[in-house]
Design a protein around this ligand. Structure first.
Ligand SMILES: Nc1ncnc2c1ncn2[C@@H]1O[C@H](COP(=O)(O)OP(=O)(O)OP(=O)(O)O)[C@@H](O)[C@H]1O
Ligand SMILES: [Mg+2]
Length: 258
């Protein structure tokens, strides 16, 4: 079975989507077959990857049947990357009265045909601690927390880690869930503020948990997303350096479970 990794943080705009898409591309460069699950009503990874399908994640989560996720998997415009698209309708899911709403994704993935074709499943989580994020955390083997080095970021990561503990403590949720690491994004390590932020992050959560390389802040990341391309397909030395950083993290993701 594929390794399922949720990229998450309840804080918005920290780079969950950009990193999910670029990790997907970097993993395919290592010969891995990748499936991206878009659990966000903003559907940003769906748009970046140009994923279009008859069904989307909302249909998957609304279904009472087991194994239905296979019907919603589509190939994207990115070679080797498949996806289950997100859609605006996902915002409805947070409010609807449903039986066991937090187990919907698990149910949909239960003995689903088609999943065995993938080596990695990456979950792009929404910026909240609601039902959609929880559905991802329940099926995930491991979590990668994305964070910036801004003030309040450390508190946000702490709150997210408390949520992970709550998920683990509940036998109905996911006792086997692991925190694989914290990845720093949009780093400007030539500033005192970010140097201090990195020090604090390491002091709070451990030097091993905070993974290097730190992903630097660069306009090439939004530019590549706008062009619906991975950073590795962009020109210039900065793009090449950031693509190399994504590649190093992708290698770690593969080795971490080997
Ligand atoms: N390393 C980076 N340098 C500069 N900009 C970045 C970097 N990573 C991501 N961005 C940009 O920051 C914005 C937010 O990133 P992204 O959408 O990946 O965050 P997110 O955590 O998925 O947001 P949300 O919580 O809304 O889903 C986007 O415009 C993205 O292109
Ligand atoms: Mg996002």
């Amino acid at each position: 079975m594929p390794t399922i990794t949720a990229l998450a943080n309840q804080k918005g705009g920290v780079g969950k989507t950009a990193t999910t898409c670029n990790f997907a591309a970097a993993l395919t460069d290592l010969g891995r077959r990748v499936l991206v699950l878009d659990l966000d009503a903003q559907a940003n990874s769906t748009e970046t990857l140009d994923a279009v399908g008859e069904y989307d994640m909302y249909d998957v989560l609304r279904s009472e049947e087991t194994g239905v996720i296979g019907d919603a998997i589509v190939e994207t415009a990115w070679p080797g990357v498949s996806a289950v698209p997100g859609s605006k309708r996902l915002s409805l899911f947070e409010q609807e009265s449903l039986m066991t709403p937090e187990h919907r994704l698990k149910n949909a993935m239960w003995q689903a045909s088609g999943l065995e074709e993938f080596d990695d499943i990456l979950i792009d989580s929404p910026p909240s601690l609601g039902r959609l994020t929880l559905n991802g955390l329940i099926v995930a083997d491991r979590v990668v927390i994305l964070t910036e080095l801004e003030p309040y970021s450390i508190r946000g990561v702490g709150e997210f880690i408390e949520t992970l503990s709550a998920v683990r403590r509940n036998p109905q949720l996911n006792p086997a869930l692991r925190l694989a690491g914290i990845i720093v994004n949009k780093a400007k390590l030539n500033t005192i503020e970010h140097q201090e932020g990195l020090k604090e992050l390491k002091a709070a959560f451990g030097t091993d948990v905070v993974r290097s390389p730190y992903l630097r802040a660069s306009t090439v990341v939004p530019t590549s997303a706008g062009a619906h391309k991975p950073v590795s397909k962009m020109r210039g030395p900065v793009a090449a350096a950031i693509a190399e950083d994504y590649a190093r993290h992708a290698k770690w993701l593969v080795e971490e479970v080997a």
